[in-house]
Write a protein that binds this ligand. Sequence first.
Ligand code: NAP
Length: 262
Amino acid sequence: MDLGIRGRWALVCAASRGLGRGCAAALVREGANVVVTARGVEALQLAAAQLQALRPGAKVVPVAGDITSPAGREAALAACPQVDILVTNAGGPPPGDFRDWDRADWLRAVDANMLAPIELMKATVDGMAERGFGRVVNITSGAVKAPMDVLGLSNGARSGLTGFVAGLARQRRLAARNVTINNLLPGSFDTDRLRATMEASARAAGQPFETVWESRRRQAPAERFGHPDEFGAACAFLCSAHAGYITGQNWLIDGGAYPGTF
Ligand code: NAP
């Protein structure tokens, strides 16, 4: 299927590794031009070169910076001639116990996983509506649907974003102008973040990493972790010309791990 986004400009945040990179790769394969961001310059430049190799005709522009800061967002937006597609993403907050978190911890999580995506949408969706095409995908977490105790900062901040998006996506000045806004909720995907989280769990439980990894792998009916390319393919479809009637949705991609009917 031709997704109908050749030549569109996409801003994909936090995309030198993992899920953001999977999304950028799928969009580049479809012929979109991408601006990709991350804080680490070297890894970002390497990722940009590898993305470019997927489709030499596409434009791939790396912009180093912290997407949770106003300066990082300004630089990323300035590098994109126009934003037709916006994929918001940033690192997840650390696990822990809410008794140990203070106001500064909460503000960091809310800044990164709620306010940064909202600021990026604020900067882009009205332009999308004027041009009659826009796709926003926010990378959130399966924890929005099935909260995990130790990820309280993530559960809280991302639920705030989810509630906000539910209202924004239904604004007629956006939905009636072919601007869609959806959230993608990853379950367990084989990325550096997953490995780091599981190393911490293994240390806390006094178990070998492999034991924790294997037990988690078997939790989903699919009996495996997701691959970032699978996540990217779902993202690219939501960003496609064919997905104009899908908005305000929360797509869980978790190999069947969530046990509910809805
Ligand atoms: P990852 O493998 O650690 O990759 C994170 C990417 O984001 C890297 O490119 C990183 O590069 C960049 N990044 C992090 N913070 C940034 C910032 N402030 N500004 C710009 N770039 C930033 O993580 P992932 O597994 O792809 O996870 C992506 C998001 O999905 C996270 O919020 C995570 O919590 C969430 N999630 C992941 C899973 C999973 O199974 N993987 C499940 C649920 C939710 P730099 O470090 O160089 O900036």
